[in-house]
Design a protein around this ligand. Structure first.
Ligand SMILES: O=C(CO)[C@H](O)[C@H](O)COP(=O)(O)O
Ligand SMILES: [Fe+2]
Length: 228
């Protein structure tokens, strides 16, 4: 079992005027990586930031923090090289946004980044499965992408369980409405990369929330390894 529990705060719901210091604050509070939500106003009805901001963040926080770019954009092909140059570590694109998944995976790898593949709630996990052997991480969205602070969709957990049963060592990420109230469901289903936005950002004690999320997830991973 190669995977471990990792917590990646989404900075979408932070004070966007203070992105750099918010990223540093999250790493200081024990985050394992940073989940950066890129929205273009086409793939989703909202807009956030692009590669120039990612480059500034990288310069500010230094080389260490792992940047997982959640690309909620139409034509994700066009931002691979700019995001790699800006300092992204992982390029997570949506299956629904491209007609040539294989080529995009190749381009991301050639740019030196890890590959993440995301599916929206209405996309079946079977559509993602053919690519699972070629990616580093599968992202199962647990809200409709576009906005932070939405309600967790528990029915997505069947997708996570199925992926975990079929791909025992794959990194599986969940994103949307995940926090102390919903982490047990994610962890029991087999997710190991946990994105959490509002639950961490709005807390008075983000360090405790991050620790709790990681502990619940790590316990589930340990239990699964003992059950095997
Ligand atoms: O991709 C996203 C929205 O499309 C965000 O990563 C996600 O919503 C995180 O925020 P929260 O935990 O508040 O739901
Ligand atoms: Fe996200």
């Amino acid at each position: 079992m190669a995977y471990s529990a990792k917590i990646g705060p989404s900075i979408l719901n932070s004070d966007l005027a203070c992105l750099g210091s918010e990223c540093t604050r999250m790493m200081d509070c024990g985050a394992d990586y940073l989940h950066l939500d890129v929205m273009d106003g086409h793939f989703v009805p909202n807009i956030t930031f692009g590669h120039p901001v990612v480059e500034c963040l990288r310069n500010q926080v230094g080389p260490e923090p792992f940047f997982d770019l959640h690309m909620m954009v139409a034509r994700p092909e066009q931002w691979v090289r700019p995001m790699a140059a800006a300092g992204a570590d992982q390029y997570t694109f949506h299956l629904e946004a491209t007609s040539n998944v294989g080529n995009l995976i190749k381009e991301i790898r050639e740019s030196g980044m890890k590959v993440g593949l995301a599916i929206k709630p209405n996309t079946t996990v079977e559509e993602m499965a053919p690519w699972a052997g070629q990616i580093d991480m599968a992202l199962v969205m647990t809200v409709e992408p576009g906005f932070g602070g939405q309600k967790f969709m528990e029915d997505m957990m069947t997708k996570v369980s199925w992926l975990r049963s079929q791909f025992p060592s794959l990194d599986i990420e969940v994103d949307g409405g995940v926090g102390p109230d919903t982490i047990h469901k994610c962890a029991d289903a087999g997710a190991n990369m946990i994105v959490s936005g509002s639950a961490i950002m709005k807390s008075d004690d983000p360090r405790s929330v991050i620790t709790l999320l990681r502990n619940v997830c790590a316990e589930a991973i340990q239990k699964r390894s003992l059950d095997r």
